[in-house]
Design a protein around this ligand. Structure first.
Ligand code: UDH
Ligand code: NGS
Length: 415
């Protein structure tokens, strides 16, 4: 073999080898790198689901929310992992900065998911289930609920975060009748909601106004809610199209009629039952008065507050806003006192000196249960009355005496 032929053979062998490397190994190597990247992004999502985001990456300030959103975003399809892998940024750089805040995740969801619409608008009234359901059965029935009674739709971006505030004491049967009706209705409405059961500890006389104020303040410590639905525990909504949503132009009274009054109301300005405020509206009226212990008048007081602040409210129509009240007898600790009328007499004068800004209570428990966040507060009647304006001194003394008589030993028992 001549020198030139030997050289030619060697060169063509090299060219062949290079070609083999280029055609076979290079694509294989590129593919392996790419799949490694996908796996790493999936590991991130899984670790977020496990609640490790804050500890490992120091990125999420509100761990629970970030975890929840990662969970939902992950669930909602492959959009989250898709966006990660399609990015030219190395993974380490994408997640080592404090970028994955709830706000960023939310914006991301806004980008990829449309706003939620309520598909129940034309629902026909339904026959509510009046059978109480046990806590365990409820948890099994609604596995999509997150701890603390939270739900957020995974395939659309909710327009607002609802806090459902339920004032509560010794009404377990009512609560376990309301929840199996309320939860599916809100899920159908594509609502982002969290249920709070705000319980007043025994033995003080029941005070709904303080419970609403406490629920509002405590809920805001746990999440940035936009809309607060104040919901009696015994009011069962009959129509899924009664959308629990706030309005920017005034509070919403969701109850157009109730079985107790042949699906009407006892008077036109009644605001009891189910009432919705945006955060700002509730602050603007300084929440509820704290001064009503016992049944009656706190809702009439709210009506006067709205009037004073020139805030219109909206009542749902009877086509959607009907409720069945679960029949019950008067609770101990909730008997009306005559002084409530005198307290109402000063309603608008004290609006800025009695309410959210003067609410006194001590939170004795906070637990995230499968279907609601349970907040228990103790309300000291003496402390509440001490905050009443000086010009109400006589009225408050009379109210104290009436309440004390009703609170005589044995008149209120713990259950
Ligand atoms: N609530 C409790 N526990 C109480 C008192 C009140 O949970 O001890 C809460 C509960 O959310 C309830 C709401 O406060 O839905 C309003 O109380 P209510 O349902 O007793 O008020 P309502 O005006 O009924 O609907 C008054 C009692 C009527 C008894 C009539 C007997 N014939
Ligand atoms: C009024 C009460 C309201 C109460 C309404 C309806 O008399 O708090 O009845 O009650 N006002 C006063 O007591 C001043 S109901 O008939 O639904 O039991 O909401």
């Amino acid at each position: 073999m001549s020198f030139s032929r030997a050289l030619q053979k060697t060169v063509s062998k090299r060219v062949l080898k290079t070609l083999v490397v280029l055609v076979v190994f290079l694509p294989l190597w590129t593919y392996m790198q790419a799949s490694l990247t996908v796996n790493r992004s999936l590991v991130f999502i899984r670790s977020a689901d496990d609640g490790n985001v804050r500890a490992d990456d120091n990125v999420a300030t509100e761990s629970a929310d970030a975890v929840r959103c990662s969970h939902n975003c992950g669930h909602s399809g492959t959009t989250e992992s898709g966006s990660i892998t399609s990015s030219s940024e190395p993974l380490s750089r994408q997640f080592s900065t404090p970028a994955v805040t709830e706000e960023v995740l939310r914006r991301h969801r806004d980008d990829v998911m449309p706003f939620c619409e309520n598909p129940t608008r034309s629902s026909a009234p339904r026959w509510p289930s009046k059978e109480p359901v046990t806590a365990q059965e409820l948890a099994e029935r609604f596995p999509m609920m997150q701890l603390g009674g939270h739900y957020s739709p995974s395939n659309c971006t909710p327009r607002e975060k609802l806090a459902i505030l339920i004032p509560y004491r010794n009404r377990s049967v009512h609560l376990h009748t309301l929840l199996p009706n309320l939860i599916p209705m809100l899920i159908k409405q594509n609502a982002d909601f969290t249920i709070f059961v705000v319980e007043q500890a025994m033995p003080t006389r029941f005070n709904k106004g303080v419970l609403f104020n406490a629920g509002f303040l405590e809920a805001l410590k746990l999440g940035d809610f936009d809309c607060f639905i104040l919901h009696d525990v015994d009011m069962i909504p009959l129509n899924d199209a009664n959308t629990y949503q706030c309005r920017s132009d005034g509070p919403v009274h969701f109850m157009a009629g109730v079985n107790k009054f042949h699906y009407g109301l006892s008077y036109s300005w009644l605001l009891g039952g189910v009432l919705g405020f945006t955060k700002d509206q509730y602050k603007a009226v300084n929440g509820f008065s704290n001064l009503y212990f016992g049944w009656g008048a706190e809702d009439d007081d709210m009506f006067l507050r709205l009037k004073k602040k020139r805030m219109d409210y909206h009542r749902k129509g009877k086509d959607v806003g009907l409720y069945d009240m679960i029949r019950h007898s008067r609770d101990k600790g909730w008997e009306p006192i005559n002084s409530r009328f005198s307290i109402t007499h000063f309603s608008t004068r004290r609006i800025d000196d009695d309410g959210l800004n003067t609410a006194v209570y001590s939170r004795t428990s906070l637990r995230q249960l499968p279907l609601y966040t349970w907040i228990r507060v103790f309300v000291d009647m003496k402390q509440v009355y001490e905050k009443a304006p000086e010009y109400m001194k006589d009225v408050i003394e009379k109210a104290s005496r009436e309440n004390a008589a009703l609170l005589s030993p044995g008149s209120v028992e713990d259950h």
